[in-house]
Design a protein around this ligand. Structure first.
Ligand code: ADP
Ligand code: MG
Length: 517
């Protein structure tokens, strides 16, 4: 069989260079990334088989195996999940589809100082490529469920990778890392040590719903810690140990789960490397029981406004994963919220169409929406900085809700904040605006435009500036739409200073009526 050599796409090559020169201080997370991908692959296969029973794939024992070989210095993460076709390997592994990457690399080049650059990199997720932090060569062998032949991908991360076809690949994907030489200074990071692997899995991947197994030689370093063994140990026979508890975090008592554990779940489902801004738990009892664990990310994804952007949270039914991006569970203006909703009384093969029409789901959506909004409101009073971050990242999307969700309009208006002539940089809430209104001022004034600067230079502003009347400066495309749709706040009309005649004289402090706007 012929081996073909390909070049990495430019962005992919740049990222790999960063990996190889190891910019992350915590290299352990490479394993979290490989396990996360393996877990996704198992979820996908289970679902595909559920929808198409004729698919030629074995789903009787879906799991992840980790195998370490100290002599060869290799570490292999193998799953028997969906796998990839030859074309998919080239497309998914050889290139970076994430359009945020180019932007990120640009920022990186602009960040002149090393500290700034490191901060940036630390925030950026590299998924599969994380393996190159600890390996100088990576081999991936995969076979797409239903296909007979597999594909081998190999790279040293230096600009090219090779692909060849393999005849006897098992179902799923195995990723073998040829680990960099051991660092005698840093024994703690020996990834051929079963003890180390156990610790990393416990820390980052305990909640993964598929068994993560490792065969360890029986003996002092072997079965000493907790974990169920899958095979009866023979005299010196190696033993497969399950490293993770597989317990769903949302089903565990609240007090028992640490923030770090929640954050790791967020990173897995959100494909993010950063901690979330906020974790929200909700438990509904009664006729329609469900548990929700939702996260507000700390940063907006690059595709927040793309038409085909992913939206919605994951749906589980009694701990079984049902679907990703379940748009029926939250309104579109909360599409950035990540998380899990686990409902007790849904059918395992419920479809998106059915969900859209289900009365219980509708009630759930309303409740989840209110819970998210009340969390934002709470953030506003308890933690100003956090709220400011949230609004900077997601305010534009939330304002869509002012138009599309009349039921929650009041709470949306109460958590919204806007640039204003009152302050150069600090946004104001409508409540604060009203508190500052001049005697006799009846309306809330705003002007929409391209940028703060262009609005401030508008001739319409002059009369307001002269009289010291505050004007909200609205620069998002959605602003004009919502302001029209909403019309008023707490009985005060929202008025564009560019529209209609505004009689400022009535509220002129000295009443001299010099000018009309
Ligand atoms: P992400 O997981 O955020 O999509 P990654 O770099 O981790 O980014 O993975 C890129 C893609 O490669 C995945 O989306 C998936 O399609 C594919 N992939 C990676 N690992 C596996 C695997 N073990 N099985 C099947 N597909 C995989
Ligand atoms: Mg991944």
């Amino acid at each position: 069989m012929s081996t073909e050599t390909f070049e990495f796409q430019v962005e992919a090559r740049q990222l790999l260079q960063l990996m190889i020169h190891s910019v992350y201080s915590n290299k352990d997370v490479f394993l979290r990334e490989l396990v996360s991908n393996a877990s996704d692959a198992l979820d996908k296969l289970r679902l595909e088989k559920l929808w198409d029973d004729s698919l030629d794939a074995d789903v009787s024992d879906l799991h992840i195996d980790i195998d370490v070989d100290a002599d060869a210095r290799t570490l292999t993460v193998q799953d028997n999940g969906i796998g990839m076709s030859y074309d998919e390997v080239g497309r998914l592994i050889g290139t970076i589809a994430n359009s945020g990457t180019a932007k990120f690399l640009q920022e990186l080049q602009e960040a002149k100082d090393a500290a700034g650059a490191e901060g940036l990199i630390g925030q950026f997720g590299v998924g599969f490529y994380a393996g190159f932090m600890v390996a100088d060569e990576v081999t991936l062998v995969t076979r797409r469920a239903g296909e007979s032949r597999g594909t081998r991908w190999t790279s040293r991360g230096e600009g090219t990778y090779t692909l060849d076809t393999v005849d006897d690949a098992p179902q799923g994907t195995s990723v073998t890392l040829h680990l960099k030489p051991a660092d005698p200074e840093n024994q703690l990071h020996d990834y051929t040590s079963p003890w180390k692997i156990r610790e990393i899995i416990k820390r980052y991947s305990d909640f993964i719903t598929w068994p993560i197994r490792m065969v360890v030689p029986a003996g002092p370093d072997g079965s000493a810690t907790a974990g169920e063994s899958d095979e009866t140990p023979g005299a010196d026979a190696p033993e497969a140990e399950t490293l993770n508890s597989m317990k769903a975090l949302w089903a565990r008592p609240r007090g028992e789960v640490t923030d770090d554990e929640y954050h790791e779940l967020y990173k897995h489902i959100g494909h993010d490397w950063r901690d979330p801004l906020e974790t929200i738990r909700l438990q509904a009892e009664g006729t329609f029981e469900y548990q929700a664990l939702l996260f507000l990310p700390a940063h907006a994804p690059h595709d927040l406004f793309a038409r085909d952007s992913k939206r919605g949270v994951q749906l589980y039914v009694k701990r079984v994963f049902i679907m990703d991006d379940c748009e029926a569970l939250l309104p579109p203006y909360l599409r950035f919220v990540k998380g899990v909703v686990d409902a007790a009384d849904l059918s395992l093969n419920v479809s998106r169409e059915i969900l859209q029409q289900d009365r219980h789901i509708e009630m759930m959506r309303r409740r989840l929406t209110k819970k998210v909004l009340s969390t934002v409101k709470e953030m506003m009073t308890k933690d100003q900085d956090r709220y400011a971050t949230f609004w900077r990242e997601f305010g534009t999307v939330l304002k869509e809700g002012l138009v599309t969700d009349p039921e929650n309009r009041d709470v949306l208006l109460s958590v919204a904040s806007f640039a204003s002539t009152h302050h150069d940089t600090e946004p104001t809430t409508l409540k604060q605006y009203v508190e500052r209104m001049k005697d006799g001022q009846e309306d809330i004034y705003y002007l929409a435009g391209e940028s703060r600067q262009s609005i401030e230079n508008s001739p319409h502003m002059e009369a307001f500036r002269d009289r010291g009347i505050e004007v909200l400066l609205l620069t998002d495309a959605v602003d004009e739409v919502w302001a029209d749709a909403v019309g008023e706040y707490e009985g005060k009309k929202l008025r564009s200073v560019a529209k209609g005649r505004i009689d400022l004289d009535a509220q002129d402090e000295d009443g001299s009526g010099r000018r009309r706007a």
